[in-house]
Design a protein around this ligand. Sequence first.
Ligand code: MN
Length: 751
Amino acid sequence: MSQTSNHADEHVEQSSAIESEFDLIKELSDRLKGSGISDDSIKLINDAFEYARQKHDGQKRKNGENYIVHPVNVALIVAEYTNDVDAIMAALLHDTIEDTDATAEEITDQFGEQTCRLVEGVTKLGKYALASMEDRQAENFRRMFLAMANDVRVIVVKLSDRLHNMRTLHHLRPEKQQRIASETLEIFAPLANRLGIGKLRAELEDLSLKYLDAEAYQHIDENFAHTRDSRKRTINYVIEKLGGQLTNIRVEAKIKGRVKNHFSIYRKMKDQRKELKDIYDISAVRVIVEEEKDCYAVLGLVHNTFAPIPGRFKDYIAMPKSNLYRSLHTTVMGPLARPLEVQIRTQEMHDVAEYGIAAHWKYKESGGSEAKNDEAHVEEGLSWMRKMLEAQDDSDSASDYVQLVKLDLFRDEVFVFSPKGQVVDLPKGSTCVDFAYRIHTEVGHTCSGAIVNGKIVPLNHLLVNGDIVEIIRRKNAQPRLDWVHFVRTQTAKNRIRQWFKKHKRDEHEANGRRGLETELTKAVFDEVVKNGELLTIVSEMNYDNLEDAFVAIGYGELNLTRVVNRVKKLRTVAEQEDVLAQIKKFQKHRIKGPSGQKAPIPPLAGMLYNLARCCTPVPGEPIVGAVTRSRGVMVHQEDCQNLNHVTTERKMELYWAEDVELYHETHTVRLEVHVIDRVGVMKDILANIAETHTNVSNLRVKVNNDHTAFLELTVDVSNLPHVDRVKTAIKRIPDVIGVKRQQFRTGKAEQ
Ligand code: MN
């Protein structure tokens, strides 16, 4: 244990006499006047006292004193560490918001926003009853306090509050004494240490020990008394040996004896399993010099005069501790051949050891003007605090590395409580569901709601420092897959996914898949799965893979229509691009035809195209193109049923050249003729067609039961007027019931 101890040799006995608040506030004013604080500031402080006194009027402490005595004592302690007027006012007011009808507005109004923020900070920290807890919990609490405090002055006021409560702990019931003492030892003393306020730490530790192990405390105390004389002799011996030499090298130095605090002796006994009589370095010598370079000069002198014990020299000047403690430590062979620890430091280093961060203010204060810049002030405190948080405690064990890494992430954490006061640390951005899963997997699986600070909130509610979180559970509740979108912790994410893997996942997956297949048609579904389009879409919706998305659709958390619409939209875009690409490609194919002949379908001039066989369009009739993937533009009759299967993007407006009469190319067309089935009718029809100079290339007959028949005629024509002439010729025969162009369905447009 290398932490320095800064305890005064003499212990101040706590007086149990009733104190007067007016004497105390006078003492405070006098002390502040002495340290050069302006009259205006002192008036403000007196106003704060008067305000708090009236608010607490009628309230008594356990020992019968007026309650206001406590805040004034706290202010006196704070004033030992800082002249910051806001902090001192906050100390006077620190219990008003919690325990009286005072409001934040009122305090802001009368004493400023800064003071109010400090009071609120202290109030917030006071809200948590900290039960005795295991180490890890304690560390969490300490970190939470720092995270919540925001302003280091809040911690200084809080520590001072605690110190005064510890000094007056004897008024409370023994169980309460135990609880408060162990909490002080576990939370507040280490906090003081982290902020480098050694003086406060030592007193908090000793007061705690007094209640936690009264016998040991007594034993150490008596020993201190017994050895006082011999310690004095040791100091005098050292002064005698060093004094003259110091004058020779012209170094001004104060040499003082000191005892370690009770608690650090106690801890040493425990750690080293030693009896008190076997611990030699109860006392130590401290040399205070003026300048840093003097420290090393004195060190040389000490080592020349007394035999140094190897391995015990530590240079905390070159390598300050993380709480900014600086000093030289060495252990030498002292009188009676007993090891004697010597600490060498400047007055400033000493103040930093005693007052930590507050010493920093002191030095600022004395050099600076009254009208200090509040923001700069706070910022300095914060950067100090961060510096201390970034490095870590005083021990150098390997496990510290882990601590260090953890503290690096400190600002990304939030600390919240279970209703029983358990602290849970979570990454920033965590929700009630993260909390539930952190408590227990089963709690996560069955959580159905949450209450934060007494209010019902949605499960995706973001948690902040200090929230008290209660999870509402239902026996039959089940996790929802969409939770993975808002949970922050990987643990929660994994647990939710695992649950779905285990429970009904297969069923949900099958349902989801089936739903998509039905909506998109199997063909489209297969295609978008194969070409990766579907994966792209579900990734945009935060699903890592198709299976998860199917499960989510099946489970109902992912809307099926939403996915289908996205697929359709994506395909439309893809198709338009595809069509453009195809058209470009087809334009490269030159149609072979008689040279000099004009294009019969001007929009397709020079392009690859085919006339669809399903409807066999002929020049002169309305036509529409369907862009295929490989066979050019398929030209259909406008009313061809197969066009129903062609998406709008693939359709192309077409028209025949106006002078189609001039084209003599032949087109094959099928005509369906409905006739009364009599002998010789077919011959008559063929004769009439022949009159129109039209070639019939195929003929099929289908006889019906009702004495009629269908003739399917395949004829070669050059254009629509030609078709009409053929049709008219056929219709001239009385036995013909009707003639129409034949179309057949392909199920899809020819592609
Ligand atoms: Mn208090």
